[in-house]
Unconditional design. Structure first.
Ligand code: BES
Ligand code: MN
Ligand code: ZN
Length: 538
């Protein structure tokens, strides 16, 4: 299931939150919904709880007004200790007979605590994430089918800037919660593990003050979820189905569905381009390699594009340098870079992004066979540089280097490659941040900022000349491995030799693209990061 998301703007005459609290709340409550979601601050709780008793003044603020409109429901929740002070605490009020007298049509009101945050300091996005996730969890898995999320009650003060960010993030998490593998491939009859969440429609309510931001953010959030769902599906699909040709056909399918211009090159064309390095990886497999190019022409005709390159190894056995058997099934996720590039291109097309973006995916299997490349083989890359292949399991860089040479023709504004490139990156950064490598400070800063804005974060690792020594070969221009020390860095250094002609950054997503264990599954990362980066470019 994909959750349906919409926005509803109540005009200023109906809703002047927070100025005219009472009329705003009664407008919202009169809307028929399974659940109205409202956030309250510590100040709301204080003025409702303790202080009114002492001063005898009628309590004020959101909770007090709500209590009056709901005939004492909030007081009763407070009396039994259900109203939390803690950030992200929740309390669901269910319709009582006293509600109908006030024209209340909402069946439930979900109260969410913002905790002790002052309106003056800017809220950090991770505390918002905690709050939004707690609320979404309450909406999920029960009888609630739709909810009305009162967006302005979640924003502190007048932070319209962060409103868009927060709404996008809420939609991103709603999408994560609603995601089920296999439902978009009905003909394949996969076993769908959890039944679809009954909670299937989330509406963001706003007023005139935030209408424009809200509508844009909802459209962007929807595109983001569609892109992430696609990236997750492609990642989770088994490697006997998600082959290089399957990726090619999926990309072509998106071309028909959206305005994307898609071109898929086959073996003969890849040979004609001289991609000897890419082909050396594809050689061992029976499935033919594909080279996918997807263009989104949202900007001016001559405008330099941003190019995304994704590693598309649909299964990585290691080749002749065969991997150990344990958890080898997870090497179906070795095309998650490709999946995130395809997902991001789809989202860019859906949100009609006003920039030129090109997605490029070299894709093949890395298999051992009588035709497979041997350790010690020397191959010639499209750039002309010769490569001594000392380990056939370091194959990602071998397919990416030719793609990185290919994209020179686009005279790109920037190139970002995305790859599940090294196990060493998991050792360095775990499953929290993706690794980012670049000599370009501006590009690193832009990617770090985009990561923070979507909570799909990156951490910079080095790329200095000093590490290049590890890639020396006695027999070719460069070796494809640099030994165990700083394995992620030498992999990035290898790629950097093919990126001299443009601004470039490399993202190593080995630790962040999927989860292992009981929660095994693709995360859809770094689609949020890439989309946020693209949105922020001028
Ligand atoms: N796809 C792997 C990297 C990987 C391994 C990602 C495990 C996530 C989990 C890549 O192709 C690879 O095998 N890299 C080798 C490089 C080594 C041979 C220099 C690695 O990391 O061991
Ligand atoms: Mn490998
Ligand atoms: Zn690999």
């Amino acid at each position: 299931m994909t959750i349906q998301i919409s926005s509803k703007i109540f005009s200023q005459a109906d809703l002047h939150f927070p100025k005219q609290l009472k009329s705003s709340l009664s407008t919202l409550l009169a809307h028929s919904t399974d659940c109205l979601v409202l956030a309250y601050s510590k100040a709301d709780l204080d003025s409702f709880a303790g202080k009114s008793a002492k001063t005898k003044a009628a309590p004020a603020g959101l909770l007090a007004e709500l209590d009056r409109l709901l005939g004492g429901s909030v007081s009763r929740a407070q009396a039994v200790g259900d109203l939390s002070q803690e950030q992200a605490g929740t309390c669901t009020l269910r319709a009582e007979s006293t509600w109908s007298g006030h024209g209340v049509k909402a069946k439930r009101v979900l109260l969410v605590s913002l905790g002790d945050e002052s309106a003056t300091k800017a809220r950090d996005l991770s505390s918002y994430a905690k709050i939004a996730k707690a609320a979404l969890k309450q909406l999920s898995g029960g009888a609630i089918e739709n909810a009305l999320w009162f967006t302005p009650s979640f924003s502190l003060g007048n932070q319209t800037q962060s409103l868009a960010q927060e709404v996008r993030l809420t939609i991103q998490y709603a999408g994560d919660q609603a995601y089920r593998f296999g439902v978009r491939q009905p003909t394949m009859k996969f076993k769908v593990k959890d039944k679809a969440d009954p909670f299937a429609h989330l509406t963001f309510a706003g007023n005139d003050a935030c209408a424009k931001d809200l509508k844009t953010a909802v459209a962007q959030g929807l595109a983001l979820v569609a892109g992430m769902d696609l990236a997750k599906d492609l990642g989770n699909l088994p490697p006997n189905i998600c082959t290089p040709s399957y990726l090619g056909k999926s990309a072509q399918g998106l071309g028909k569905k959206t305005g994307l211009k898609v071109e898929v090159l086959g073996l003969k064309q890849i040979e004609a381009l001289g991609m000897g390095s890419f082909l050396s990886v594809a050689k061992g497999a029976d499935t033919p390699p594909q080279f996918i190019v997807m263009r989104h022409q949202g900007g001016k005709a001559g405008e330099a594009p941003i190019v995304l390159v994704g590693k598309g190894i649909t299964f990585d056995t290691g080749g002749i340098s065969l991997k150990p058997g344990e958890a080898m099934d997870e090497m179906k996720y070795d095309m998650c870079g490709a999946a995130s590039v395809i997902g991001t291109m789809y989202a860019a097309a859906l949100m009609k992004l006003n920039k030129n973006v090109i997605g490029v995916v070299p894709t093949c299997e890395n298999m051992p066979s009588g035709r497979a490349t041997r350790p010690g083989d020397i191959v010639k890359s499209m750039s002309g540089q010769t490569i001594e292949i000392l380990n056939t399991d370091a194959e990602g860089r071998l397919i990416l280097c030719d793609a990185l040479t290919y994209v020179e023709r686009f005279k790109p504004k920037a190139v970002i490659d995305v790859a599940t490139l090294t196990g060493a990156c998991i050792i360095a950064l775990g499953h929290v941040h993706s690794g980012v490598f670049s000599d370009d400070e501006d590009l690193v800063n832009a990617l770090s900022k985009a990561g923070k804005a979507s909570l799909d974060t990156v951490w910079r690792l080095p790329l200095d000349a000093a590490y290049h020594d590890q890639l020396k070969s006695n027999f070719a221009d460069v070796a494809n491995i640099g030994g165990r020390p700083a394995g992620s860095v030498t992999a990035a250094c290898f790629l950097s030799r093919f990126t001299e002609k443009y601004k470039w950054a490399h993202l190593d997503i080995a630790g962040t693209a999927w989860k292992s264990g009981a929660a095994k599954g693709s995360t859809g990362r770094p689609v949020p990061l890439l989309l946020n980066y693209l949105l922020e470019q001028v």
